[in-house]
Design a protein around this ligand. Sequence first.
Ligand SMILES: [Zn+2]
Length: 213
Amino acid sequence: MQHGMFAANAPSGVTCPWCKRHWQAGALGAECGNCGGPLPPPPGPTRGHGPPPAPRHLPDKYTRDVLLWKNVGAMVGTIFAAFGGLFGFLGLGLVFVLLPLGLGFVGFGVLFGGIGLALRSASRRSALRQIAALTHGYPSEGQIIAVSQDTSETINGRHPYRIEYVFQVNGQPVGGSTRAWDVVNALRRPGEPLWVVFLPSDPSANSIWPPIN
Ligand SMILES: [Zn+2]
């Protein structure tokens, strides 16, 4: 029986998706006592509270993390762009001293800086789509279809969980996926209900609500 399978795995609590503070199962409310963001329900057969009406206010720290501090592409892109800018600047000075070396530095700076800016803007674009879905998206009842470990990435000997889900848009199923580090995700099972928010103009911009981490 499905119900017994969930009940057997008593969750140990949940990590706030917005500020990353961990809450023990006993101290769990509907909202995070630290940042005020809505907390996801523990793994299990409960869908939990639906998303509040749009536009939803996201904690500022979360928006900054998604856009830059926890966004590897945007971070690497920013660093590349900064190095490119530095080399380009040095090259401009060197042009007057040693022309070929100066031009080499400028060329390197433009190439490096260009790659950095392109990476930064592509990474920010996908983060902005996710923020737009969380802030303005329409709610839809969704379901987990698979939970696996993503062995392509390892931090401190641990792999993130890859959670795939499906939700309905005008009666059509649309799939989405997210990556999460919280070990509580090992307890999530296919078939578990959840809320998804998506942009009606582009349902590929979507997120679990509240986000899982
Ligand atoms: Zn929080």
